[in-house]
Design a protein around this ligand. Structure first.
Ligand SMILES: Cc1cc2nc3c(=O)[nH]c(=O)nc-3n(C[C@H](O)[C@H](O)[C@H](O)COP(=O)(O)OP(=O)(O)OC[C@H]3O[C@@H](n4cnc5c(N)ncnc54)[C@H](O)[C@@H]3O)c2cc1C
Length: 397
């Protein structure tokens, strides 16, 4: 079957669904969204889905802040339920990182983020069960929280469909078709689609698909792991979301008495994987270690019990920040990939920025220029002076 479309978006994660949705809501007819499996089956459905503004650069933070407003008004703007829960957020840092954290809080205030720097004593007042012995400071965001990756992306895709997007699941793109350095279509498992505009939003698979158009996207696939533990009775009330820069871990409450935690494998583990063939299980060694880190911060968690753990893949550029914009060498090709284990929360704003760029030639609402593909050739990667230095966590005792 051969059909044509003015814009084809490849990838039904939060990024592709959001771009397709905003293209349609800004008036573009005939958008096609192609997903090889089902909507949300990529990193998005496995995401920790933390929504916080605490970044070490203003560009990601501004996108996260714009997205927060969409999550806060989800019912009225997108419809359905994203699962957003406002819990409050703490980024905690050890003494060696305290000044960096305070500088980041000042930078974030300038972006418009509702955040304050706290002392260890303040942290204890907010979360009395927290071990503050090794902490020097924290950043507090009362408006932050978490959502549900799968509910969010399915609600976004449903809204896109209501606005006229053709959402096609179970359709794989095999090749991006180009002629004279111009996009002319995509070859799929369900036939060719002729189009002058392709948006590559295929997460960890983006590099591979880019190669079919002759481009080498600076986005490599990496594996990320997380798990759920059941809190002991004495911690049955939900805690806030923590990113613990002292030990290199994040955790957040989940439904009932569960806590979701990121699992950081040690430096000996090669994170680079083949997105079509990677180990989705998590070694016991890393589960034990991450529970040790959690119990270091909240000692009563020593009695927490494992429920389950999982791994998924995401795309990573060399500087660990997303790649957004026009592909400079191929007319009609746009890229929104390399979300670097942190692209759920910015997905709504990325959708707005990309849709404006495609339809109007530039993004007005949010600034996506710092994420342009050429930044590496231009020697302008996104690097912060106040990046946290995380030492390898040592088990107490
Ligand atoms: C364990 C874990 C925890 C995380 N925690 C957080 C967090 O707390 N906060 C946060 O903001 N981010 C978090 N992230 C990162 C975040 O989930 C991702 O950055 C984001 O979901 C990426 O969205 P995406 O749309 O770019 O990619 P994906 O969700 O991976 O979507 C890409 C889609 O493209 C499809 N596709 C690929 N190739 C093709 C093809 N050839 N044809 C058609 N379709 C194709 C795939 O099937 C996939 O569904 C986490 C990720 C993981 C794995």
């Amino acid at each position: 079957m051969s059909i044509s479309s003015p814009v084809v978006v490849v990838g039904g994660g939060i990024v592709g669904a959001s771009i397709a949705h905003y293209l349609a809501s800004m008036g573009q007819d005939g958008v096609v969204l192609l997903e090889k499996d089902s909507i949300g089956s990529g990193a998005t459905g496995s995401s920790g889905a933390l929504i916080r503004m605490h970044y070490t650069n203003p560009y990601d933070a501004a996108l996260a802040l714009k997205s927060l407003h969409i999550f806060e008004n989800w019912k009225d703007t997108i419809g359905g339920d994203s699962g957003f829960r406002k819990t409050g957020f703490l980024a905690v840092a050890d003494k060696s990182n305290a000044v960096r954290l305070q500088n980041n809080v000042e930078m974030l205030k300038d972006v418009g983020v509702n955040t304050t720097a706290l002392s260890p004593g303040d942290i204890e007042d907010l979360q009395p069960f927290c071990n503050i012995d090794d902490l020097g400071a924290a950043a507090y965001e009362p408006d932050s929280g978490y959502a549900d990756g799968y509910s969010t992306v399915t609600a976004m895709a449903r809204r896109a469909r209501d606005l006229g997007v053709s959402v096609r699941q179970g359709v794989s793109v095999f090749e991006i078709l180009c002629e004279n350095d111009k996009v002319i279509g995509v070859r799929t498992s369900d036939g060719d689609i002729f189009t002058p505009t392709v948006v590559l939003a295929a997460g960890a698979w983006s590099h591979h698909l880019g190669k079919t158009a002759g481009i080498q996207l600076p986005v490599g696939p990496q594996r990320l792991t997380a798990g759920l533990v059941e809190r002991p009775e004495e911690l049955k009330d939900p805690h806030m979301i923590f990113i613990d820069h002292a030990v290199g871990q994040y955790f957040r409450p989940d439904s009932n008495n569960l806590t979701l935690l990121g699992i950081r494998p040690g430096p000996s583990v090669d994170l680079q994987v083949d997105p079509n063939d990677y180990d989705a299980s998590v070694a016991m060694e890393w589960q034990v270690r991450s529970l040790g880190q959690l119990a270091h911060r909240i000692p009563a968690m020593v009695d927490a019990g494992w429920r389950r753990s999982w791994a998924h893949v995401d795309g990573y550029p060399p500087d660990g920040h997303m790649v957004l914009g026009k592909e400079p060498d191929i007319e009609g090709m746009y890229v929104a990939a390399g979300m670097s284990g942190s692209g759920f929360k910015t997905g709504p704003a990325v959708g707005i920025g990309m849709a404006e760029l495609i339809l109007e030639g530039e993004s007005r609402t949010v600034n996506i220029d710092p994420f342009r593909i050429n930044r590496f050739q231009e020697n302008e990667p996104i690097i912060s002076e106040n990046e946290y230095q995380i030492s390898e966590f040592k088990f107490p005792g």
